[in-house]
Structures are given as structure tokens and as C-alpha cells.
Design a protein around this ligand. Structure first.
Ligand code: KG4
Ligand code: ZN
Length: 345
């Protein structure tokens, strides 16, 4: 089955074709980052407008790259949520329009299920069951995954997501949007011994996260340093390092706990923050100590992309799932635990 995947939930237009026999055959992405950088964050209306400009040419591009005609597609999967509704509607309406014209099935996919499946695009895909750490701009979750659609939420952020905390910290440090990669780059030249920031919610049992206090702590520290006339470039890097260490340490502590609680030996990390090199390094080290395996997607499939949506959609479309009565779906909130396993899985 050849599935066209469409991702338009936020600031990236992603399109891909996944063949259930041959794997990923084409993928293309247009990132709106430069456009939103001017405003210091995603402007939803501009995002929607840009998806309308980019989507059809990108679909043509992946068809050309794969050497396929439109009528050789067997199904279409699109991101139906969670995300910005205006942006989601661009993908949803295009998917439904094309599917109707081609008379093929169409299915709205959960964005985080897409992220969760992304490591399965790699050569040594993780087997079920596993613990998934989903860390993106909008979500920080630990999920026990028994199979497609068989999810048990172990813990999540009670306030800011990890990526959001990175983005806000970047702003405080005067770095451009999106902040995660920039904070990580600055942190490289930072001294890990100069400041120690709190590791929120690690001193009590449980698997929930909270990053808003850490963000406030960073802001207060920066203000104090500025008042004292000490906020030079090296100090900025030291603060970035202390912040990154605190987030990474917190995520590692909770992953360790999740593996202990579930008794599982496989950990999957996905979502934009899983591109963070220090987090990968620390989790790899942790896994080695307990003879567990860590899986993550290649860099460009950590952040939003069409390939993960094509793959996640393919799993469900193969099992016969379709959008009910041909109605398109675009929802801002969609708890992952409400998903169900495809029939027969
Ligand atoms: O998954 P994603 O592309 O979009 C959402 O679904 O939210 O994640 C984007 C988030 C942003 O907050 C970005 O700052 C963060 O991932 N991010 C990183 C890194 N690369 C991207 N955070 C820390 N370190 C990185 N290297
Ligand atoms: Zn995402």
C-alpha cells in the first residue's frame, strides 16, 4: 500500500510517501521557521496561509521523486490534531479533496502517534512493548506503548512542555526562535559547574513533569546577573548550560523511573527535543548501565515531518481504518490515551 502522508499541524509543511512493502520512498519538507522568527514564535494565521502556498507543490515534488503518478497512490494520511486548527485544516481539506477525487481511503492521524512511530522509519526499529518519551514544543509525556493505539500515559507536564521551556529560555537569552537548537549550541561553551538549576518534581515519586518553575528560576538568575553587571557572553553560555543540564537531568531521572516501574527494557524518544545531543548521550549512557535499548529517529524525523504521518497512517489504513463517513477532522486537543488499537491489532 502506498500512503501519502501530510503534516501541517504547526510551522512545518511535511509530505511523504510510505510504501508498506518498500518503506519510505520520498519525503519533502518546507519549514516556516524563518518566517516566524521575525515574530519570536509561531503566528497561527501566517502558518495556515503558508501551508496553502507550500502543500500542493510539495505533494507534486514527492510524487516526482518517487516516480509515481497521483493515481498510483493507495491511501492518504494527514495530521488531524493536536495542533493549530487553521493549519490542520489545510492538510485535512487537501487530503480529503484528493482522496475523494482519486476514490481512495483517507485517515486523520494523531500527531503524537506520528512522533512515536518515527523511530520505526530507521533500520533497527523498536519492537513493542516500550516506554516512549515524547518531548516536543507542545508535549512532554511518558507513555507505555504495548502496540499501535495501545497507550498508557505514565506522566506528563503539568505546565510548560520541555520544548516550550527551551524556546522561552532562548528568548530570555536573546536567541532566535526556535530556541531549542540555539540554547543547545550556546550551552556547549558553558561551564557546567558555575550554576546549578533545580530539577523540578524529581524529589517526590511520580512521573509528571513541571518546567515553568525552572523557566522562572532562569529568568530570575538572568535578571540578578544583569543587575550586577555580570551578564557577559560566557555567563550567558553558563546559564544556557545550567538550564539544559537541569532539563536533561529531569528527563533522564523520569525515564529511569518509568523503565523501573514498567519493567520494560526499551526506551523510544521522539519529538523535537529528542534531537538534543546531550539528552541522547545521557539516555544512551543510562540505558547501557541497565542493559536497555534506546531508539530515536534521525535528526530530521525528530521534528515535525510527513514521513512519520505516512507511516503511522499506513499502520491504521492497512487495518481498514478510515475517516468516518468521509468527514474531515481538525482538532486542537486530542488526548493520546483516547486512541484505540486498529481492528485486528
Ligand atoms: O516536534 P516538534 O518539531 O514540534 C512540535 O510538535 O512541537 O518540536 C519542536 C520543539 C521546539 O520547542 C524546539 O525548540 C525543540 O523542539 N528542539 C530542541 C532541539 N531541536 C528542536 N530542543 C532542544 N534541543 C534541540 N537540539
Ligand atoms: Zn511535533
Amino acid at each position: 500500500m502506498r500512503v501519502l502522508g501530510i503534516e501541517t499541524s504547526c510551522d512545518e509543511t511535511g509530505v511523504a510517501i510510505y510504501d508498506t512493502e518498500r518503506g519510505l520512498v520520498a519525503d519533502a519538507l518546507f519549514s516556516q521557521v524563518a518566517m516566524h522568527a521575525e515574530y519570536g514564535g509561531v503566528v497561527p494565521e501566517l502558518a495556515s496561509r503558508d501551508h496553502t502556498r507550500r502543500l500542493l507543490p510539495l505533494i507534486q515534488q514527492v510524487l516526482d521523486d518517487a516516480g509515481l503518478r497521483r493515481d498510483e497512490l493507495d491511501a492518504i494520511a494527514y495530521t488531524a490534531g493536536p495542533g493549530l486548527v487553521g493549519a490542520l485544516m489545510v492538510g485535512a481539506s487537501t487530503a480529503h479533496g484528493m482522496a475523494r477525487a482519486l476514490n481512495i481511503p483517507v485517515l486523520g492521524v494523531h500527531h503524537m502517534e506520528g512522533h512515536l512511530m518515527a523511530p520505526m522509519l530507521e533500520d533497527s526499529p523498536p519492537a513493542f512493548p516500550f516506554v516512549a518519551l515524547l518531548v516536543s514544543g507542545g508535549h512532554t509525556q511518558l507513555v507505555e506503548v504495548q502496540g499501535v493505539g495501545r497507550y498508557r500515559l505514565l506522566g506528563e507536564s503539568v505546565d510548560d512542555a520541555a520544548g516550550e521551556a527551551f524556546d522561552k529560555t532562548a528568548k530570555m537569552l536573546g536567541l532566535a526562535y526556535p530556541g531549542g537548537p540555539q540554547v543547545a549550541r550556546l550551552a556547549e561553551s558553558g561551564d557546567p559547574g558555575r550554576f546549578r538549576f533545580p530539577r523540578p518534581m524529581t524529589d517526590r515519586p511520580g512521573l509528571d513533569f513541571s518546567f515553568s518553575g525552572l523557566k522562572t528560576h532562569t529568568l530570575t538568575t538572568l535578571r540578578q546577573l544583569e543587575r550586577a553587571g555580570q551578564l557577559d557572553d560566557q555567563t550567558r553560555a553558563d546559564v544556557a548550560r545550567a538550564f539544559e543540564e537541569a532539563v536533561v537531568d529531569t528527563l533522564v531521572i523520569k525515564c529511569r523511573r518509568a523503565l523501573d516501574d514498567t519493567g520494560l527494557k526499551r526506551l523510544v524518544m521522539a519529538g523535537g527535543v529528542s534531537a538534543n545531543a546531550r539528552l541522547r548521550e545521557r539516555l544512551a549512557h543510562e540505558a547501557e548501565k541497565r542493559k536497555a535499548q534506546v531508539y530515536y529517529p534521525r535528526g530530521r524525523f525528530c521534528t515535525d515531518n510527513g514521513a512519520m504521518i505516512a507511516l503511522a497512517g499506513a499502520r491504521r489504513l492497512l487495518a481498514g481504518e478510515r475517516d468516518e463517513t468521509g468527514i474531515m477532522k481538525a482538532v486542537p486537543r486530542w488526548p493520546m490515551e483516547t486512541l484505540e488499537a486498529p481492528a485486528g491489532a
